[in-house]
Design a protein around this ligand. Structure first.
Ligand code: 5GP
Ligand code: MG
Length: 191
């Protein structure tokens, strides 16, 4: 049976913003950019989950330094499309990062609240250095002044899903990133 080309997206998407191939190419470049800044020494990756799972898994395979990995679980959206109130830390660090070089990874930088909160939390553990990497940067949406050190793609203010990004926990497994179809962007579509 012929398989569907993976660049075609998904029927629930209005449009594909980045294909699997485009993501792969950019993630590879990001690995090189990170390597150019960090050199060949060891550092610690901190992934903000769930959204950054896929990006983290692919990015760390493009970095051949010795790395350690930890995750911080943050809740911000619930089932809604705009963040409501302050993001909450649901599960924090489990390894010691004192005097370690740290790279904090998130899927998308939007208002800036999440990464500002997590950066503050990480800094309390006195890392040797802290840098940040996001796959997507929604320009013009910032409520808190924050710029990431490494950015995959700058994107317009559209609600995107796929490649780890969800809507009500769905679509994280899409290999591409796309704009969710407007007919699915309200809760009644899921009733
Ligand atoms: P911020 O705190 O910067 O407003 O939001 C960052 C978090 O909101 C991201 O980690 C992500 O979980 C979520 N987010 C922001 N924009 C989008 C989007 O377009 N799609 C999805 N699925 N999540 C988003
Ligand atoms: Mg997230």
């Amino acid at each position: 049976m012929p398989t569907k080309p993976r660049t075609q997206g998904h029927p629930d998407l209005e449009s594909v913003m980045f294909t699997e191939e485009q993501i792969k190419t950019r993630v590879r470049e990001l690995g090189q950019e990170i390597r150019a800044v960090f050199g060949s020494g060891e550092f610690t990756l901190i992934s903000i989950i769930n959204g950054a799972v896929m990006f983290t898994a692919d990015l760390m395979r493009e970095i051949d330094n010795p790395v350690r990995l930890d995750c911080i679980r943050i809740s911000s959206y619930g089932d809604k499309m705009k963040s409501v109130g302050a993001p909450q830390v649901v599960a924090s660090l489990t390894i010691d990062i004192t005097n370690r070089h740290v790279l904090l990874i998130d899927d998308i930088l939007d208002t800036g609240k999440t990464i500002t909160l997590v950066s503050g939390l990480v800094r309390k553990h006195n890392p040797a250095s802290l840098r940040t990497c996001v796959l997507l940067d929604k320009i013009g949406r910032r409520e808190v002044n924050f710029e990431a050190d490494f950015v995959g793609f700058k994107i317009p203010d559209k609600f995107v899903v796929g490649y780890g990004l969800d809507f009500a926990e769905r679509y994280r497994n899409l290999p591409c990133i796309g704009v969710l179809s407007p007919r699915l962007q309200n809760a009644s579509a899921w009733a």
